[in-house]
Design a protein around this ligand. Structure first.
Ligand SMILES: Cc1cc2nc3c(=O)[nH]c(=O)nc-3n(C[C@H](O)[C@H](O)[C@H](O)COP(=O)(O)O)c2cc1C
Length: 157
């Protein structure tokens, strides 16, 4: 019998994560997508990975883009997580950003970011894993936004 996808969501939802906005630039179009299926994959070489739903617009853009940036959100940035979890074109006009080497927009107030060159795409069911080689990044200060059990949370002080 097929494993219940709701149960899988409930189980993996107990794995508390941070929240990121993965951004890219493709043919002059800026895009961003809230993502928590993100991880550090290798230190030598320095690789990170993000798992992207094949039905997301971001999926098609990342296939054509030079790379992507992972922006790790602060606890005060739940609104950005909600905003970039909506499907369809993303408006960056009111956001303070800078342009990364790959052309991806970096959210100025992110807790940390890494800009990556796309080096591989690994197929995995209804998602693909986009593997990026780290080119540049910065660490800021503050507390992370947490996602746990399908809800936003924050670390206890
Ligand atoms: C907390 C959170 C984490 C998410 N993580 C992922 C993820 O890792 N991969 C993914 O494909 N979608 C993820 N999503 C869903 C996407 O953000 C959502 O489908 C987005 O609207 C896709 O936009 P697009 O189709 O315009 O590219 C997440 C949503 C939320 C709220």
């Amino acid at each position: 019998m097929a494993f219940d996808p709701l149960l899988q969501r409930q189980i993996m939802g107990r794995f508390a994560t941070g929240v990121t906005v993965v951004t890219t630039s493709c043919d002059g179009q800026l895009w961003g997508m809230t993502a928590n299926a993100v991880m550090s994959l290798s230190l030598a070489p320095p690789l990170v990975v993000v798992s992207v739903d094949k039905s997301a617009s971001m999926h098609g853009l990342l296939q054509k883009a030079e790379g992507f940036a992972i922006n790790i959100l602060k606890r005060e940035q739940e609104d950005l997580s909600v905003r970039f979890a909506q499907r369809g074109p993303k408006d960056f006009a009111d956001l303070a950003t800078k342009v990364a080497q790959t052309g991806a927009p970096i959210l100025a107030d992110a807790l940390a970011y890494v800009d990556c060159k796309l080096v591989d795409i690994a197929g995995a069911g209804d998602h693909d894993m986009f593997i990026g080689e780290c080119l540049a990044g910065e660490v800021g200060s503050g507390a992370p936004l947490i996602f746990f059990g399908g809800q936003y949370a924050e670390l206890a002080d």
